[in-house]
Design a protein. Structure first.
Ligand code: PHE
Length: 469
């Protein structure tokens, strides 16, 4: 009888199926679920948007996730080398290299935002929001906006936070795939859902609960147009961490008998559940504070929300403190499981390509990403704030180049690779896990059809339309 480690070669990997699902879900569940999905749902037709989003997942998100799973597990290597292994001596190797470079650049600026979540957790724990709330109420100024602006442009505070956050990520990575990533995900993902459920429970008690739920779920099919479909597709692409190499690299550690289709469905379901729960946590609170409009992105999470929990639960100070702390802890957890997955993409490539130990590779990656992060962070303050490319500071430029250009282009080539180029027997073998899951063989035809003809066109449409906007 062969052990799992023998099946996987000497690389080792996730030891349980639950571990691999939770690790992949950890990569998928991130800031996108908490600060992007709920606002889009509310603004674009509530449960009608949710229905469109679910269809996007079925015809687009899950097939692409399965495609990346098959590449990673078939190659049993980091994304950076996977395409070179499956199609030796061809230019397809550039897909792997592009994914790895994208992961590196994204980690560089995502890390900055990750540091902010840590800082806000500290502020919540120290009770700073309470005095800011009373000042805002007293003189009508938006102290939260001012203090956020002052914090992000501060030359050292965000940098200390991003270094701390990277140190945290680094420790998980150096502990290894099984003892680090898997163990950490098994601890963090249940904790994340427990916190979310607790916060949902608190939402019920808020005065704005009904209004918040109406904003989030009331179906309005009139709002659904091409632009909304496009943004649902883009959200799905980002939320599933597609084309960043994370899904493919994690799949290289999957057990040989793991059912890839089932894993993708589990990860997609958890990711969507987390996004919907985040909406249930956020909007009842937002609608409990008169005069506040639902915002999105950093503005929602770092400017509106610190005020919201305190005001919505003003009658119960201990609860408002606890809810604020738990909410920012939730953000930290969601973010760190994502940064870990990005770090792993780069570390595993550096270690394989140059033959360095895992620890040495992780150090190289951590240091380089901190340098990138420092540059991105300083670009929001007085030191590097003047450097502008096409009207964008360095931070926004990184975001634009990776999210609008590199991710979609790589995504198109990934679906073309698996749809047209990858060895058919290898694809079938991975899809059925070497015959272990022969019940999923029927997926082969629809999967290939989608990857060949639908996914590349959809991604190109999202990219071009975003440019024209
Ligand atoms: N899927 C993540 C989210 O929803 C996006 C992400 C993953 C970003 C990994 C960076 C790294 O927020």
């Amino acid at each position: 009888m062969t052990t799992e480690t023998e099946q996987q070669g000497s690389r080792g990997g996730f030891s349980t199926k639950l571990g691999l699902v939770l690790a992949a879900a950890g990569s998928a569940i991130g800031l996108g679920n908490i600060w992007r999905f709920p606002t889009e749902t509310g603004e674009y037709g509530g449960s009608a948007f949710l229905l469109v989003y679910l269809i996007c997942i079925l015809v687009f998100g899950l097939p692409l996730m399965i495609a990346e799973f098959t590449v990673g597990r078939a190659a049993r290597s980091s994304t950076g080398n996977a395409y070179a292994i499956l199609a030796p001596k061809t230019s397809w190797k550039f897909i792997g290299l592009a994914s790895t470079l994208t992961a590196f650049l994204i980690l560089g600026y995502y890390n900055v935002v990750a540091g902010w979540t840590l800082f806000y957790l500290g502020e919540a724990a120290a009770g700073s929001f309470v005095s800011m709330s009373s000042q805002t109420a007293a003189d009508g100024s938006n102290v939260f906006a001012e203090s956020f602006g002052a914090f992000v442009s501060n030359p050292w505070k965000p940098i200390v936070c991003l270094v701390l956050f990277m140190a945290f990520t680094h420790v998980v990575i150096t502990a290894g795939v099984k003892k680090g990533i898997e163990r950490f995900s098994k601890l963090m993902m249940p904790l994340l859902f427990i916190i979310m459920l607790f916060l949902c429970g608190c939402s019920f008690t808020m005065p704005g609960f009904r209004k918040g739920m109406e904003f989030l779920f009331a179906p309005d099919f009139d709002k659904i147009d091409a632009k909304v479909v496009r943004s649902a597709l883009a959200q799905c692409f980002y939320s599933f961490s597609l084309a960043m190499g994370c899904i493919c690299t994690y799949a290289s550690y999957f057990r040989a008998d793991a059912n890839l289709a089932k894993t993708a469905v589990s990860v997609g379901a958890m990711d969507t559940l987390a996004a919907v729960l985040a909406g249930i946590v956020i909007f009842p609170a937002v609608f409990s504070v008169p005069g506040l409009e639902p915002d999105s992105g950093a503005k929602l999470v770092f400017i509106a929300l610190p005020n919201v929990f305190d005001s919505a639960l003003a009658g119960v100070p201990v609860l408002s403190w606890l809810v604020s702390c738990l909410f920012y802890l939730l953000l930290v957890i969601a973010t760190v499981t994502s940064t870990v997955s990005l770090h792993e993409v780069i570390t595993s490539y550096v270690s394989e390509h140059w033959g360095f130990s895992r620890t040495k590779s992780a150090w190289i990656v951590s240091i380089l990403c901190v340098i990138l992060g420092v540059i991105c962070s300083l670009s929001m303050g007085p030191y590097l704030g003047d450097i502008k490319v096409a009207g964008m500071n360095i931070f926004d430029l990184f975001d634009f180049v990776t999210a609008q250009l590199m991710l979609p282009i790589t995504g198109i080539f990934i679906s073309i690779f698996v749809g047209w180029k990858m060895n058919r027997d290898t694809l079938m073998r991975e899809l059925t896990s070497g015959g272990n899951c022969s019940g999923t063989a029927w997926l082969y035809k629809p999967l290939v059809f989608i990857l060949r003809f639908i996914a590349p066109i959809i991604i190109a449409w999202i990219m071009i339309a975003a440019f024209l906007d």
